[in-house]
Design a protein around this ligand. Sequence first.
Ligand code: ATP
Length: 369
Amino acid sequence: MKVELHNLTKKFAGGARGKDTVTAVDNLSLEIPDGKLVGLLGPSGCGKSTTLFMICGLQKPTAGKIFFGEDDVTGLPPEARGVGVVFQNYALYPHLTVRQNILFPLQNLKGKDKLSKSEMLRRAEEAARLVQIDGLMDRRPNELSGGQQQRVAIARAMVKMPRVLLLDEPLSNLDARLRLQTREEIRRIQRRTGITTVFVTHDQEEAMSISDIIVVMKEGVVQQTGKPQDVYDNPVNLFVAKFLGTPPINVFEGRISSGKLVMGEDAVLNVSGAQDCDVIVGIRPEGFIPDENGALRCTLTGVEVMGRDKSVIFTSPCSKAPSIRAVVNAESVVDTSSHEVRFTLRPVKVLLFDKITEKRLECELSQVK
Ligand code: ATP
């Protein structure tokens, strides 16, 4: 089921007397192709949950429309939209067994949607098998691990065979290992069922790893939409560049001067297609190659060996950051007895931004010969 959001806006009356309006979502348009998993991503308060609540019908947009396929569902209540929802606090009914928890949404169906008891049981078994908890049907929630409880919540959302699955930070209550496992599971279930899914998270790594498409939001406004790798490689502005990637992108001051990118006194790359100006230079941690003849000179503060690769930690007069982190190949040689470390830069890992607007500058970078 394709989902389309057309110019969605949501304003809340805030403040003590409801006088200060908060624009939680501002003119958001988005097309979610049938069968895809879309990650809505952004810092706390950027409007992710409000967007999800409007898709599921729990909140009414101030303006704009929502389509499921050809159907305009903007005015429909949640139960008429055919959505399955898993919230951050997915509270299961503690006194009911896993089977009864999954059956619950089916028992509430009315009129023509009402199912026979055997059909309800068949569907509950099928949903449980899908999330691999069919062996635990007679247990109660307190007899399950966090990850198993999460899977029951997903089975409960899936049992009505929703047209669209909506997940609001569904992994935030799990520990790191379970998070990883469960996110892989969500991906597997989504691929197998082909249900169009919207996944809300503030965790960029989580969104990047499971989404077909990510939507990065800031203060209610969509900043960029695209495949995770494309958005990482080609962020439209500094906000998106900083939001994606661990360790995060390193930010420096620099300038374009006569076809060269200059950082401090060092001409570090050739630039074509841009006029002379001051710029913000973003360099991904994997963009630094230690090289004793490299053009970029920095002050070495430490090296951390991490097995597969190494972190070189340094400072630079062009950066206000107390420490900058480069992730380099474990075999790279760095002279730890020296105070200076020099780097050659990988041009594709260096991004230039306008100093005022912070928008990405379209230009070609190449190594200085
Ligand atoms: P988080 O990751 O912290 O859940 P979010 O990106 O999901 O954040 P929303 O919950 O969508 O953000 O909130 C967006 C903005 O709208 C915030 O500034 C929030 O304070 C405001 N907001 C949300 N719900 C209401 C409400 N019912 N009344 C007034 N303001 C609200």
